[in-house]
Design a protein around this ligand. Structure first.
Ligand code: NAP
Length: 305
């Protein structure tokens, strides 16, 4: 029988590719969105309006879902991190889980697993030689604390005997959204260079692999708990060089000074200027195979597509 997967925030970068993959496999998708007017062109994808602050959610859709994938959340890189924005980034990830928890707790339902996004930001915006494993303690900075509270909200669902999975995702590389098109801009104008020290590590994953990973986490009951969801780690300098090569554009020395990025972006500049490696050993032990494990090849395809 076809499975029914409810995706929160499924209109975004990851959700769009994931929804397509799920329906191609013959299953059904309902996407929870804040957009009342959204209509579907695919017979097996339904859009359902929700308003988290007002507690509005389609009860029927929620209680009949076999799996929930939680992707909703305000974009961490869209606006400077004022106190108000920081609260929005956190609340938009945690409040939907609380809303869903309350419905599931009080009603009979079909839910088998809740698979949530999280980020390698769990380990903090710091540049160290440590390769972080899932057992590491979360960082004390904004992203570390956000990921911790996000994951703690997910863990509450274990009380309802629901299997929970948290995919601590690195930078998602995609042609039509996320970080890559933004990183390509200066290279397009022949002005590409490494950022800051260039030594900061960027854990990364190709969008198609991430979508496959969500499907694996849904289908494979042995997925449980947190997984670093990355294909590899690369320094910002090496990444920038590979990107210049893939785009056939010059790579400039010296690097873009960190203070300039801080001037424009404020505290948020840490997402560009800092980063440590994460280990994907736990993920590989599940038997998951990456289609794009080679960054140079992945970039060539994404840039050339
Ligand atoms: N992309 C990456 O590189 C990356 C890396 C690590 C972790 N992640 C995490 O993975 C998840 C999915 O990533 P993504 O790149 O697909 O994100 P995305 O493109 O920004 O999509 C997220 C969706 O969340 C909904 N949303 C936005 N602001 C919201 C708010 N204030 N309240 C409730 N819903 C809101 C939007 O859907 P509607 O407008 O339809 O409601 C949006 O389409 C996110 O939680 C993200 O933090 C992503």
């Amino acid at each position: 029988m076809a499975k029914k997967v409810l995706i929160t925030g499924g209109t975004g970068l990851v959700g769009t590719v994931l929804a397509k993959l799920i329906v191609e496999k013959g299953d059904l998708v309902t996407i929870l969105t804040r957009d009342k007017n959204r209509t579907s062109k695919h017979p097996n994808i339904t859009y359902s309006f929700w308003d988290i602050d007002q507690g509005i959610i389609d009860k029927e859709e929620l209680l009949s879902a076999n799996y929930i994938v939680h992707l909703a959340g305000a974009d961490i890189a869209e606006k400077p991190w004022s106190q108000k924005r920081k609260k929005e980034i956190l609340d938009s990830r945690v409040d939907p889980i609380k809303l869903i928890y309350n419905y599931l707790n009080n009603n009979p339902n079909q839910l088998k697993a809740f698979v949530s996004a999280s980020g390698v930001g769990y380990y903090g915006a710091i540049t160290t030689n440590t390769i972080f494993e899932e057992t590491a303690t979360p960082a004390n900075d904004f992203l570390g604390e956000t990921c911790l509270k996000w994951e703690q909200a997910v863990d509450e669902l274990n009380d309802l005997s629901i299997r929970t999975v948290k995919l601590r995702t690195g930078i998602v590389l995609a042609k039509n959204g996320g970080a890559l098109p933004k990183m390509m801009q200066p290279f397009k104008f022949g002005l590409g260079a490494a950022l800051g020290s260039g030594k900061q590590i960027m854990p990364w994953i190709h969008i198609d692999d991430l979508a496959q990973l969500y499907v694996a986490a849904i289908e494979n009951d042995s997925f449980n708990g947190a997984y670093n969801s990355i294909a590899g780690n690369v320094s910002n300098k090496d990444f920038s060089k590979m990107l210049s090569k893939a785009m056939n554009k010059p790579f400039w020395l010296p690097n873009v000074p960190g203070f300039m990025l801080k001037l424009f972006l404020g505290e948020m500049a840490v997402i560009l200027l800092e980063g440590s490696a994460a280990s994907n050993q736990k993920l590989l032990q599940t038997g998951f195979n990456f289609q794009f494990a080679d960054l140079e090849e992945g970039l060539r395809k994404l840039v050339g597509e």
